[in-house]
Each structure stands twice: as structure tokens, then as C-alpha cells.
Write a protein of this length. Sequence first.
Length: 236
Amino acid sequence: MRGNNDDNTPASVALQEGPPKLAPAELRAAQEETLAAPRRAYGLPAKVLFTTFDLLYGKKRTLSKFKVLELVARVPYQAWEQVAYIAITHVYDKTGLARRIAERVRESRHQQDNEQWHLLILEELIAESGKKENKIYFFWIPQAIALVYYAVSWLLFVLKPEESYKLNADFEDHAEHEYMGFVAENPHLETTPYDSDLTTVYGTYASQADLFRQIGHDERVHKLDSIERIEQARFS
Ligand SMILES: [Fe+2]
Ligand SMILES: [Fe+2]
């Protein structure tokens, strides 16, 4: 059974562009690196967000909690894409600048798509597990959080873009540590196969442990991209 899969995805859909796909040994090494690394010193908005998640969904790492994280994870990229696209409307007569901003639009779209695959993978795994989720907690409240987070990311990006990148770096760092920790505390994932139509777009994995390590590594790449942008946050 494949949960909510009601699609007719063409078999020819190509593996999507995004962070590099790692081999099993590299995924294990990445997990060890993350677990040995300290977390970032999170800023206040990130702390408020993580505390809200813990209060609503508990401290325990679960697929349902990860799904909420992924729904929210896409939001800053959507906000950045929108602001950058509007910026092009104002500066298209400076073609060099407009092209550099267009490059940011492209980056944001790729990251947004990558988060979207994470979201769809989790949704499918939860459906397959047969778990029934409370609609208010796992649909409506996450929508509300995503709406507020979009507004915060959008406003920060317009007023102080470096703060928006910092907030996202915190979010991604948290996600990276949570996924790698989830694999460490669930050894049965090492022998749980991963089978899905989504392998056509997200790749094949020897086990669900490797799948989650890959997602954790994607979050690290997103984090590093945001950290790099903090220094050159404004369009120039
Ligand atoms: Fe993600
Ligand atoms: Fe991410």
C-alpha cells in the first residue's frame, strides 16, 4: 500500500537537482560528524519556534513531528524567492544585478523543491505506517505556523536579510541534528527497506536509515548555504 499516493507520476521524472546524494559510507560519516558537532547558538526567533514545536508535538522525534518541520522548512525559501522576484521588477534595467538576483531565485526554488520532497517522503511513510493523525494538530496548526513563519521570514528578508539567513541557518542546523539523532536512536531503521515511487526523484537507499541520513545531510547543505549568504545578504 502506498498511503495517499493517488498520482500518475510519469515514470520518466528525473532525479531532481539539489544537494549531492551520498554513498552509504559517506552517509554514515556525515551522521557521525553531525552528532559530534555542537549545535549553532540559536537566536531568539529560532528558540521560540523550536519551543513551540516541542510544546505542541512533544520532545520525542517522530515522523509526524518531522512532517510539520518540513512543511515549515519550505517557507523561508518561498519568501526569499518572492522578494527576489519582485526586486527584479525594480532593477531589470541593470542587467548584471538582475541576473545575480535571478540566480538567488533559482537557488531558492531548488531548496524549496528539496524540502518539498522531504515533506512528501514523510507524508507517504506516515500514511504507510497506518498512523492516524489529529487533523487540527497535524494539518491546521502547521498551516498557521507556516503562515506566521512566512510573514516573519519575508519581513526579515526585506528589512535585515542577514537575520533571515541566520534564522534559516538555525532552523536547518536543528533539522540536521534531529534527523541524525533520530537515526541513532532507532537502530531498526538500518534494516528497514525504503521503497517508494519517490525514488525516481529523490534517489534509492539501502535502508530508511540511509534515507534519513541523506535528508539530514541535505539540511546541512541548506544550513551551509544560508551561513554563506549571511555575509553577502543584500542584493548587489
Ligand atoms: Fe527538509
Ligand atoms: Fe532544509
